[in-house]
Design a protein around this ligand. Structure first.
Ligand code: BT5
Length: 278
């Protein structure tokens, strides 16, 4: 059962975006709820815009990662939310938003907790080399130029190690684990800070193009110059050294056959013992 706890319209960040925050205690997935809301609006043919709607769930029963993977979203342990935007950039450039989102989460975590987060292509936010936040970007096209972006953001906040399933304990982390705290932290400050930085970075993307976001992303990236294993469709494809983030958001990897461009996929970083991280 879905319960709407409250709906607040408030200014967050102070540069004009009127976020509409809708809170639920349980959802299957905040991204799925965003899709349902968009679908309902199409059917009802209403004029009101969903641009700026933020759907938050206390827990998700079917949290999603990319390629249908599962996202662990236990109640009271993290921020699980989806932002709906009707962007002002060409549809071919929609993927730039995933970098703007990762940068925004990183800026917020640095601002609120002073923790040294890093970024891993395509859209992971890491702490101590472990995954702190995942981002799932989906796109609903209406016409060649009009579309909605569904931006799912999951940030681990209050998990202690045993809150993660065994298979994630080596590769996931949370804010309290990194702060070495036993008490829970209040995630609201982080939530409002992420929205404020997101607003600022979306504006930057729309007014100055990808270059400014790319520069910020590269400054915090932990992968440039590192040896990586490239996985496409979840399968190992090849190894190489990360050369750069291209101006179109693809990853350039130097291999024995020359530079290859990774459009979609995952990368694993080579560790000092010669293995690869997740
Ligand atoms: C992602 O996928 O990292 C995107 C995750 C997006 C989650 C948010 S929560 C709000 C919104 N609503 C949704 O339903 N989804 C979004 P991917 O790169 O495919 O990574 C998935 C992998 O991360 C899994 O296969 C696990 O290995 C790992 N994982 C799952 N849950 C995790 C967690 N809580 N913390 C860290 N790693 C996790």
């Amino acid at each position: 059962m879905r319960i709407v706890l409250n709906v607040d319209r408030k200014m967050i960040g102070g540069i004009g975006m009127d976020w509409q925050v809708v809170r639920y205690d349980t959802l299957d997935s905040t991204n799925l709820e965003a899709k349902r809301k968009i679908q309902q609006q199409i059917v009802a043919q209403t004029e009101s815009s969903l641009h700026g709607m933020v759907i938050v769930a206390e827990t998700q029963t079917g949290g999603k990662g990319r390629l249908g993977r599962h996202w662990e979203s236990k109640a009271g342990t993290g921020l699980w939310f989806t932002v709906i935007l009707k962007p002002n950039v060409p549809i071919e450039q929609a993927s730039f938003y995933s970098f703007a989102v990762a940068v925004s989460v990183a800026e917020a975590i640095r601002e609120v907790y002073a923790l040294p987060v890093t970024l891993k292509w395509p859209n992971d936010v890491l702490l101590s080399g472990k995954k702190l936040c995942g981002i799932l970007l989906e796109l609903i096209p209406h016409t060649q130029t009009v579309y909605e972006l569904i931006i799912g953001i999951g940030v681990n906040v209050n998990q202690q190690l045993t809150d993660f399933p065994a298979e994630l304990q080596e590769k996931a982390t949370s804010i309290v684990l990194e702060l070495k705290r036993e008490q829970k932290v209040d995630a609201h400050l982080l939530f409002t800070s992420i929205l404020a930085h997101l607003q600022k970075n979306c504006l930057l993307l729309e007014t100055q193009g990808f270059a400014a976001i790319r520069a910020k992303w590269k400054a915090w990236s932990c992968i440039i110059g590192r040896e990586v294993l490239v996985l496409e469709q979840g399968k190992v494809s090849y190894t190489g050294i990360v050369d750069d983030l291209a101006m179109d958001g693809t990853l350039l990897v130097r291999t024995s056959d020359g530079i290859r461009s990774v459009i979609a996929g995952d990368i694993s970083l080579r560790t000092v013992d010669g293995g690869y991280t997740f």
